[in-house]
Design a protein around this ligand. Structure first.
Ligand code: HEC
Ligand code: HEC
Ligand code: HEC
Ligand code: HEC
Ligand code: HEC
Ligand code: HEC
Length: 343
């Protein structure tokens, strides 16, 4: 008799515990969204003729020009004459002397440097050699290690097949060409109509049009989700970058993404917090976006992430900050690397 009562109580307790537990889980676990359930795509449609960065800067020189000159997006891929900081690195490597005159563009400037030459309209060939870089206190650059210099060769296929979509602007996947080298204003702001000075609400990321979290995430993720082992592919081209993405589009109507990568503990914090944030907004309907933490214009270095300090604590914080009680301010060091970008 005693035993039976005990069992009944235990069952009741367990039952209510299970009920309580499931209620907690249900209230915390947001219903997953279908990231494809909104918007449109330009995949397969003609690449628009857009206003180039030089034209934008003709009018926006005073406000945007100074910070743009320092911005990583502007400096990522530069013509040789605009990259005096990288010439000494090239000159110091005698194996490259026979190639020196052919090298017209540099890709990368912080961690690694690659070399390019034009190969017809809207095409680049990429040299197989690369230099791992360090920057000294005065901003001088030098190579800590070279790879590929023992057997130098230009690759005419690789740049289009693996790199173009995120390191040039307006890639036409029919013609296999890009419209402009480097990351132009267009890649974030999309098509900017002529009448926008009087109607700033027509431009994405103007003060009047930067509140759609799904558009923000799509725009930034169009380059910042980097493929590894087939985790990012365009459905229409099978390339590891989007097909004719234009800001305002839903990236995920064409880009197939393996969301499991957001949980990959081995991923460096630089890439991981990006994956997590894109997943949290796109699938879990959370509010915080890249722009809650990052400022693109007006600020550089740690100033560019001052906003992030005011954000409420969330799991994303622990990609970089210590989980230990009372040690939150300690930042975990990480090295950014990517098999897609070959560094
Ligand atoms: C899906 C878009 C995408 C593709 C495709 C891509 N990259 Fe990148 N690449 C990026 C992003 C985003 C960064 C900046 C990441 C960061 O700093 O956290 C980057 C950074 C780089 C850098 C700069 C490293 C530095 O900090 O100095 C180099 C060099 C580079 N990529 C080379 C390549 C090459 C070569 C290819 C093709 C073989 C390629 N990338 C393909 C998105 C891409
Ligand atoms: C990497 C993405 C990106 C690129 C490339 C980019 N912008 Fe922006 N721009 C933004 C974002 C995001 C904002 C919203 C403000 C912010 O968060 O910094 C913005 C804001 C602006 C504004 C409004 C400034 C204000 O007072 O709020 C202007 C004007 C502008 N950009 C012009 C340009 C021009 C011109 C270029 C090219 C030379 C350019 N942008 C390239 C992302 C970009
Ligand atoms: C003919 C001159 C001109 C050209 C070219 C031009 N703009 Fe503008 N733009 C303006 C003026 C004037 C305004 C309204 C005043 C302001 O906010 O600077 C404006 C406003 C903006 C804004 C909104 C600023 C805000 O207050 O939120 C953005 C963003 C912007 N332009 C981006 C661009 C981009 C990107 C390009 C190139 C694709 C471009 N503009 C080309 C003149 C120009
Ligand atoms: C067309 C591709 C592309 C798009 C779109 C893009 N980025 Fe980037 N981003 C890059 C590349 C490439 C780099 C590496 C820059 C370098 O070499 O320093 C980079 C660097 C950065 C950095 C590192 C700091 C710096 O200035 O170097 C931040 C932060 C960043 N991007 C945020 C964003 C945000 C936020 C958006 C969306 C508003 C965005 N990016 C859109 C390609 C892109
Ligand atoms: C919770 C705030 C937060 C959010 C959300 C966030 N970031 Fe960051 N991110 C940071 C901070 C802080 C750093 C600076 C880390 C450092 O200086 O070491 C950073 C660094 C970066 C870097 C530079 C990595 C490197 O060292 O090369 C890139 C690129 C970047 N973020 C892109 C993005 C993009 C794209 C998004 C949106 C999908 C995003 N971030 C969302 C806080 C955030
Ligand atoms: C991508 C890495 C990254 C992410 C994600 C990140 N932080 Fe940071 N955080 C840093 C770095 C690096 C610093 C120091 C320099 C700076 O402010 O950018 C820092 C500094 C801070 C500081 C100032 C600490 C001091 O010494 O006074 C606070 C507060 C802060 N972060 C809060 C947050 C919160 C809250 C989140 C989550 C919403 C977060 N961080 C997410 C990298 C990150």
């Amino acid at each position: 008799m005693k035993k039976v009562i005990w069992f009944k109580c235990a069952a009741l307790l367990l039952g209510s515990a299970a009920f309580f537990f499931s209620a907690v889980v249900n209230s915390q676990e947001p219903k997953p969204l279908d990231p494809k359930a909104w918007g449109a795509t330009h995949a397969g449609k003609p690449v628009p003729e857009y206003i180039t960065g030089d034209q934008c800067l003709f009018c926006h020189r005073n406000t945007i020009g100074p910070s743009w000159a320092m911005d990583g997006h502007a400096r990522n891929l530069r013509a040789r004459e605009d990259a005096p900081d990288l010439l000494p690195v090239l000159k110091a490597q005698t194996a490259l002397t026979p190639y020196d005159k052919q090298i017209e563009y540099f890709l990368g400037h912080r961690n690694v440097m690659r070399m390019l030459m034009k190969d017809g309209y809207g095409k680049f060939a990429i040299l197989n050699a690369k230099a791992a870089l360090v920057t000294d206190a005065k901003g001088g650059k030098s190579a800590t290690r070279w790879q590929g210099t023992e057997k130098l060769a230009w690759d005419k296929q690789k740049f289009y097949l693996q790199c173009a979509g995120c390191h040039t602007s307006g890639v036409d996947t029919q013609a296999k060409t890009f419209s402009a080298f480097g990351i132009d204003c267009y890649m974030c702001h999309g098509e900017v109509p002529d009448e926008h000075p009087n109607k700033p609400e027509l431009v994405w990321f103007s003060k009047k049009k930067r509140d759609d979290k799904r558009v923000i995430i799509s725009a930034c993720a169009s380059c910042h989700l980097r493929d590894e082992g087939g985790s990012v592919k365009s459905a229409s081209t099978r390339l590891p970058y989007p097909n004719n993405f234009i800001t305002g589009d839903n990236l995920f109507l064409d880009l197939v993404v393996d969301w499991k990568r957001a949980e990959d503990e081995k991923l460096n914090a630089g890439d991981r917090h990006v994956w997590r944030n894109v997943r949290d907004v796109g699938v879990n309907d959370e509010k915080m976006t890249c722009l809650s933490c990052h400022q693109i214009h007006e600020a550089q270095g740690a100033d560019a992430t001052l906003r992030h300090r005011r954000q409420p604590r969330a799991p994303i914080c622990f990609d970089c900050h210590s989980r230990e009680e009372g040690k939150f301010k300690e930042v975990v060091r990480y090295v950014v690397k990517s098999s897609l970008c070959e560094y």
